[in-house]
Design a protein around this ligand. Structure first.
Ligand SMILES: Cc1cc2nc3c(=O)[nH]c(=O)nc-3n(C[C@H](O)[C@H](O)[C@H](O)COP(=O)(O)O)c2cc1C
Ligand code: SF4
Length: 843
């Protein structure tokens, strides 16, 4: 039987209808699942695509035009933001398709940097180019205006400065609101292929806002980059360097603690981390309502000078912690305990000190016993040369009225470069100049550079520590004092038997050494740009470092050179060379160390080499008495408990009566923890507490009055700590270095300096030079300056309120003695050198 055509059609339609119904039923049954699945797939695909896009930005997305940047005509064409090479549109799309890139910033080693600069690492040599990038941000336009002007001036200065073989490129200005941070702050720009030796240098000009601005985003970016596990912690370490200048307003934010320039500080901190501490110049700060443009000009000059030096030396050169040496890896935060001078990190303090002591122990002591051995061994090696001076002679300071020696032994250098003494002294931070002079910056200079206080000479006499150079033209002396912080490494002797360097050589050498040390401070966190700039004009010289300055045969010529450059002179001698003291021409202030009040005590403390030491000492007091109307004279007393304090007040009063000094400075001994001091029986128990020093001064004052002598307690510089009995009153300071130090000095003055019931201990330095240059005789009263500041008067502490006292974070509440060592980490007791812990200067 066959089906008709309409039947067949019906059956087909039925089948189709059934299938559609089944599909619809299936759809209704699974539609939710299907939709979810489809959306999931779409989301995954989209996320992957976005991720790929973002990672490609690391290697090269076009940089959006910056309005400020367009000030420079050099930036018309599109460049590879990393290398700076021009990129064709085709190359751009090729860059986009690159796979995600891991960004690696290599920490530069000294040798690598040198090799890069010299082209000895296989990279092409040829003249280097310096590309300065100036980044700024601005809300109300002030910083933008300053940055534009700054860049223009910088460009002119760079063109006018001899940068050796380095070619300065036109500085580029970038507004942080418009650039892509990834282009500049994830890795250092690479040199363009056409100029493989391009060095990049970043400058930042930043205002501070306590409201949310682009700077918050920027600092967050720096912070994230530092912490990003895909990126090395110092990815910008191949920059030549960086520096930051902040604009703030002291009217609303008077101090850094209250937020002045806080965002510039923040950026400076993160950049130090990202560059591996390549802060090439200190953070500058300017008050927009007072001195911003002046400070900015100063800062610019400093930057140009630094670049000039970098060009000359082939890099930033040496620096102390945090100053441009990528190898330094300790924490940026100074409060975490950075030893500025010792290049030591907290955990290493014990180790480093131990090492230092070992070096010192290994160093042979050039003391009097060694002299014979040295002379025998090295006789005839070295003959001194004194161009323009009276030839090398063996000078015996210690014999009276003798003619020249009949036989002149061949002379040798006091501290030859090859000697262990030289090694030990340089390790301790001295710069040895010529063969017998030294210079070192003391911790107060560093402290003042950070705005954290000057030494007692500022409180008493108006000397700013960052303008002060501490030096000696003779590392040798004729005592072996128990408290000497020379670690027994210095040469001693009763006669000068060494080659004599000419004063010009010493003068130039010590200035150069001092400035070099100051320069090395440029990258230390907290250094104030204004003080840093000022520090390159020495105004004072403390001739007191170690040794005996008047031992040097040309001390008068040396002092004259200081005075010619209007550098005041404070000279400390140890009262063992009366002839030289008598022949000394006026200095700004003349000191004699009074280490004991009687013969036996002096013998025990100073361990003098001269047999007639007490007679010499007495003669020096007579000479000082004679000089008291021609220059300011000072007794410097160093109290050592158990040696020269107890029952000696009357003895000291006798000495004051004999010498009638203008001033008596009293300080407590600093324990230096060396084997020499331990060998002499000196321990921490010999270090007096602050109130013990004060009690002594009060008793001495009383004793002087009883004798009818007109003296009074004028001033103090008390970085004090109190004894455990007064522990609740204890506060601890941390001035500059990482250790909490106590330091105190109290000044008794003759009433010649009490005018209208006010002490006048400060010096009028200009007047001093004027009087000196007049050639006429003058008296100390002729160069008295303004009254001693109120805050320095006895009982007021002596800390300049304009500076910032820094309290140690989490510091122990226990009491430290003056100059006491502290126990750190592994429990090593660290002795402090006097120059680290106290007021520098010998005696
Ligand atoms: C709202 C506001 C907040 C500020 N906050 C601070 C501050 O916390 N610390 C500071 O030193 N200056 C502060 N300043 C001062 C600015 O940093 C200063 O005026 C600066 O020159 C502004 O730069 P600009 O004009 O480039 O935006 C503030 C100013 C304003 C208007
Ligand atoms: S301690 Fe001495 S060297 Fe240091 S700043 Fe004071 S005076 Fe100058």
């Amino acid at each position: 039987m066959s089906h008709s055509e309409p039947d067949m059609m019906n059956s087909l339609e039925e089948n189709l209808f059934r299938e559609i119904s089944e599909w619809l039923a299936l759809w209704h049954r699974f539609r939710v699942l299907t939709l979810i699945f489809t959306f999931s797939i779409l989301i995954v695909v989209r996320t992957v695509a976005r991720l790929r896009h973002n990672r490609q930005k690391l290697s090269g997305s076009p940089r959006p035009a910056s309005p400020a940047h367009s000030l420079s005509s050099a930036e018309e064409k599109w460049e590879n933001p990393v290398s700076g090479d021009p990129v064709s549109p085709n190359r751009k799309s090729a860059l986009k398709s690159l796979p995600p890139k891991r960004v690696i910033g290599t920490k530069q080693t000294r040798s690598a940097t040198a090799a890069r600069v010299n082209g000895t690492n296989g990279s092409p040599t040829g003249p280097s180019r310096i590309q300065v990038l100036v980044f700024f941000s601005s809300l109300t336009g002030n910083t933008e205006k300053s940055a534009t002007e700054f860049t223009r001036k910088l460009s002119a200065s760079l063109k006018a400065t001899a940068l050796g073989s380095w070619e300065p490129l036109e500085p580029q200005l970038h507004d942080l609101s418009y650039i892509d941070y990834d282009d500049y702050f994830i890795s250092s720009p690479a040199s363009p292929n056409s100029h493989p030796n391009t060095e990049y240098f970043y400058l930042f000009l930043l205002p501070t806002y306590n409201i949310d601005t682009v700077l918050n985003t920027f600092t967050a970016h720096l912070q994230e980059t530092h912490h990003d596990f895909r990126i090395d912690t110092a990815p910008l370490s191949s920059l030549l360097g960086y520096s930051v200048f902040g604009f703030g307003d002291r009217q609303g934010w008077p101090s850094e603690q209250e937020g002045f320039c806080s965002q510039a500080l923040e950026v400076d901190k993160w950049m130090a981390k990202l560059t591996g501490k390549k802060r090439a110049f200190p953070l500058g700060m300017g008050d927009v309502s007072l001195d911003a443009s002046e400070r900015l000009d100063e800062w610019r000059s400093g930057i140009v000078e630094m670049l000039r030096e970098a060009a000359t030396n082939g890099g930033l050169g040496e620096g102390v912690v945090g100053s441009g040496d990528a190898l330094e890896s300790d924490e940026e935060d100074i409060d975490s305990g950075e030893l500025v001078d010792g290049q030591t990190v907290p955990g290493d303090i014990g180790k480093s000190r131990t090492k230092r002591r070992r070096v010192v122990r290994e160093a042979a002591v050039d003391d009097v016993e060694d002299l014979g051995r040295l002379l025998q061994k090295g006789a005839g090696d070295i003959v001194g040369e004194l161009p323009n001076h009276a030839g090398p002679i063996a000078i015996d300071f210690t014999t009276y009225g003798k003619g020249p020696l009949s036989t002149t032994p061949p002379l040798k250098e006091m501290v030859p470069k090859s000697s262990p003494t030289y090694t030990a002294l340089t390790k301790q931070g001295y710069t040895i100049v010529g063969s017998h002079s030294g210079v070192k910056i003391c911790r107060w200079t560093k402290s003042a550079l950070r705005g954290r206080g000057s030494c007692y000479k500022f409180s008493f006499y108006g000397i700013k520590s960052h303008l002060c150079m501490e030096t000696t033209p003779s590392l040798s002396c004729s005592n072996k004092c128990v408290f000497c912080w020379r670690h027994g490494t210095n040469p001693v002797g009763t006669t000068w038997r060494w080659k004599v360097d000419p004063p010009e050589k010493i003068f130039e050498g010590v200035k150069d050494g001092h400035y070099r040390k100051i320069k090395m401070m440029r990258g230390v966190p907290g250094i104030r740009a204004d003080r840093f700039a000022e520090a390159f004009r020495i105004r004072h010289c403390a001739l007191s470092l170690v040794g005996e300055p008047i031992f040097y045969p040309y001390i008068n010529e040396f002092a004259a050179m200081l005075h010619k450059e209007h550098i005041s002179s404070f000279l400390v001698c140890n009262a063992q060379h009366p002839d030289q003291l008598a022949a000394l021409k006026p200095v700004t202030q003349l000191y004699v160390s009074i280490d004991a009040s009687n013969r036996e005590s002096l013998r025990r403390i100073d361990r003098p080499l001269h047999r007639d030491f007490w007679e010499r000492f007495q003669r020096c007091l007579d000479i000082l008495r004679e000089k008291r109307f021609r220059q300011r004279t000072v007794f410097r007393l160093t109290l050592v408990k158990g040696f020269n304090v107890e029952d000696e007040v009357q003895g000291y009063a006798d000495l004051v009566e004999k010498g009638l000094p203008c001033f008596v400075e009293v300080k407590g001994v600093t324990y230096c923890g060396t084997s020499s001091s331990a060998g002499a029986g000196l321990t921490m128990q010999n270090v007096p507490f602050y109130e013990e020093v004060s009690e002594f001064v009060v008793a001495l004052d009383r004793a002087l009055r009883k004798r009818g002598l007109s003296y009074g307690i004028a001033a103090e510089h008390a970085h004090r700590t109190l004894s455990p009995a007064k522990e609740q009153e204890t506060w601890q300071t941390r001035d500059g270095d990482n250790l909490t130090l106590a330091s105190c000095c109290i000044l008794l003055a003759s009433t010649r300096f009490l005018i209208n019931e006010r002490w006048h201990t400060v010096i009028d330095y200009s007047k001093f030079f004027e009087l000196l240059e007049s050639g006429k005789e003058f008296a100390p009263e002729d160069y008295i300056g303004p009254p001693t500041p109120e805050w320095a008067n006895w009982g007021n502490g002596g800390f300049d309120p304009a500076d910032t006292r820094v309290y140690r974070k989490g510091g122990s509440k226990g009491s430290l003695r003056i100059g006491e060592g502290v126990t750190i980490g592994s429990g090593v007791l660290i002795g402090l050198n006097e120059d680290e812990g106290q007021d520098g200067g010998c005696g």
